[in-house]
Design a protein around this ligand. Structure first.
Ligand SMILES: C[S@@+](CC[C@H](N)C(=O)[O-])C[C@H]1O[C@@H](n2cnc3c(N)ncnc32)[C@H](O)[C@@H]1O
Length: 263
């Protein structure tokens, strides 16, 4: 386990992030994270879906627009209000994963992409809450930041950038928890889940941070576009990325995606 520190705390970071961009368009690309993994989890239209930590809403809006019964929540007010402004029919609300208002066994599926690693305290409680609100036979699909070379490099680059902006003198706050594959598995098995799938995934390749490796349409960074289409690399960038992921997947992924069931 490794902790990443940054100059801003978690809530401050996400408030600024969601304040900066409009609500997401529904995701389009079924072949990329996170929709690819949500699709592996959600096998039918029956049963309610909970999206925990829905953020700007790309997943929530995808399923809502297709008639699934889905409710999303996030602890950042501005993210939820932007979603309600763009689509009044969306079920979206402010809430915290460590203390859910929902009754036991309310959902068949829980989606929680990039959520749990934000917790400095209460991580076990959050996984237990997830387990509690799932019905028997239900599944959770979640991603967690990996503890490996790729995330260490990302943190190093972020630290250098902060220092060059004079951020060195500021207090360093908890930003994210990074876990190895086995630590991530143990977190869910401790809460009573049975793991169906766990795999290394490259959500945002470190190469994407450098314009030279981005695809022609992505040279100019546009976060909403990247969130809807996936972080697209140039031909050469993609070949290099494929090589790294083929031979060193646990070191060059940035997250682990897990699908687990409540038995
Ligand atoms: C990486 S973003 C993912 C957003 C969305 N799931 C997606 O894939 O586009 C993680 C989200 O978790 C939210 N979050 C962090 N801690 C939370 C908490 N304790 N309770 C609820 N949401 C939280 C953040 O505000 C942020 O929107």
């Amino acid at each position: 386990m490794r902790i990443t520190y940054r100059t801003r705390g978690v809530k401050e970071y996400w408030t600024a992030r969601w304040d900066d961009i409009p609500a997401d368009a529904p995701m389009e690309n079924l072949g990329v994270y996170p929709l690819k993994y949500a699709q592996m989890t959600i096998k039918d239209k029956a049963g309610e879906i909970l999206e925990a930590g829905c953020g700007a809403g790309r997943v929530l809006r995808y399923y809502h627009n297709r008639g699934y019964d889905i409710i999303g929540f996030d602890f950042i007010d501005v993210a939820i209000s932007k979603l309600k402004e763009i689509d009044l029919t969306l079920k979206a609300e402010v809430g915290d994963i460590t203390n859910l208002r929902f009754a036991d066994q309310s959902f068949k599926y829980v989606l929680a992409f990039g959520l749990y690693h934000n917790l400095e305290y209460g991580l076990d409680k959050a996984i237990k809450e997830t387990h509690r609100v799932l019905e028997k036979g239900g599944s959770v699909c979640a991603s967690f930041r990996a503890d490996n070379i790729q995330t260490k490099l990302t943190d190093l680059l972020a630290d250098r950038k902060a220092k060059s902006k004079g951020g060195e003198s500021k207090t360093r706050s908890f930003h994210k928890m990074n876990l190895t594959r086995s630590e991530y598995e143990q977190l869910f098995t401790r809460a009573g889940f049975v793991i169906d799938f766990i795999g290394p995934v490259e959500n945002m390749p470190i190469l994407y941070k450098f314009a030279i490796f981005r695809s022609a349409e992505h040279k100019q960074f546009d976060e909403n576009k990247a969130r809807a289409e996936g972080y697209r690399l140039s031909y050469f960038g993609q070949r290099l990325q494929n090589f790294l992921m083929r031979f060193f997947p646990d070191q060059f992924c940035n997250i682990y995606v897990l699908i687990a069931s409540k038995v």
